[in-house]
Design a protein around this ligand. Structure first.
Ligand SMILES: C[S@@+](CC[C@H](N)C(=O)[O-])C[C@H]1O[C@@H](n2cnc3c(N)ncnc32)[C@H](O)[C@@H]1O
Length: 237
């Protein structure tokens, strides 16, 4: 039965714990080496200021916080939240190796029910995470709630190209290459079939911008990357 092979979003932290040791390596392969550049691009959309406090949700192994804070004195504090403990362990080791332990801390927590006070952060980010959170609505409400007035919400997410040729190539890529590589390199083919499934069903482009506006964000913009294989969404509170 096909249902046995499809994971639900609430399984996602357990699934990421299972693949944590291979997660970064597979990200590099599956994005054809682009994912680190995409996270670096987020720096361009940070709010202005010289003491920026960033909250990164579904932070995984901390690549976003490291990309935003490394060699960037404007980011003075980063907090990462994720439910997958093994991803956090790897993230903490990377933060320490990057010499960023004084700036960045990682905590176990649910992106749908944050433990922070209203308007605590200048920037709230989430990369390749919002698609995995069971209730998109709760996550967006929380992102909005903990952002300061005038603060920024940054979302980096896989998306679907709009050009028909690119869309067809993308479909093939995520339905063949991604699950195959996931199976070969992580031994968890199910996890990577789940990835393909969520990429196809998650709203992207203008449709996702419309959702962000419905949650109160203003000046919402989207910036497609690599023909639309991923998109950075920026909104302000
Ligand atoms: C694809 S990974 C992204 C990790 C990281 N942001 C990156 O850029 O590589 C998705 C992450 O979402 C986390 N996640 C899923 N549901 C969550 C939730 N409700 N609250 C917090 N994290 C969650 C998973 O544990 C996993 O680490």
């Amino acid at each position: 039965m096909r249902e046995n092979f499809i994971l639900s979003k609430s399984d996602s932290p357990r699934m990421f714990d299972a693949i944590a040791g291979r997660y970064d390596f597979l990200n590099r392969i599956l994005s054809l080496g682009q994912d680190t550049k995409w996270r670096q691009r987020l720096r361009e959309y940070l709010p202005s200021g010289n003491s920026i406090h960033v909250l990164d949700l579904a932070c995984g192994t901390a690549d976003v916080l490291i990309a935003l804070a490394k060699n960037n004195p404007a980011v003075t504090q980063g907090v990462g939240v994720d439910l997958a403990h093994r991803m956090l362990l790897i993230g903490r080791a990377k933060i320490s190796a990057a010499g960023l332990s004084d700036k960045i801390i990682l905590q176990a927590g649910d992106a749908q029910a944050l433990q922070f006070l209203d308007e605590s952060f200048d920037c709230v980010s989430i990369a390749f995470g919002i698609r995995n959170v069971p209730d998109l609505r709760l996550c967006l409400l929380e992102m909005y709630r903990v952002s300061k007035k005038g603060g920024r919400v940054l979302i980096l997410e896989s998306s679907k190209p709009t050009h028909p040729l690119l869309l067809a190539g993308h479909w093939l890529y995520i339905n063949t290459f991604v699950p195959l590589m996931g199976f070969l390199f992580s031994g968890h083919g199910r996890a990577y079939r789940y990835l393909s499934q969520t990429i196809q069903s998650f709203p992207s482009g203008d449709r996702f911008c419309k959702i962000l506006k419905q949650f109160g964000l203003i000046n919402v913009q989207s910036y497609p990357l690599m023909g639309g294989a991923a998109t950075i969404y920026v909104g302000e509170k």
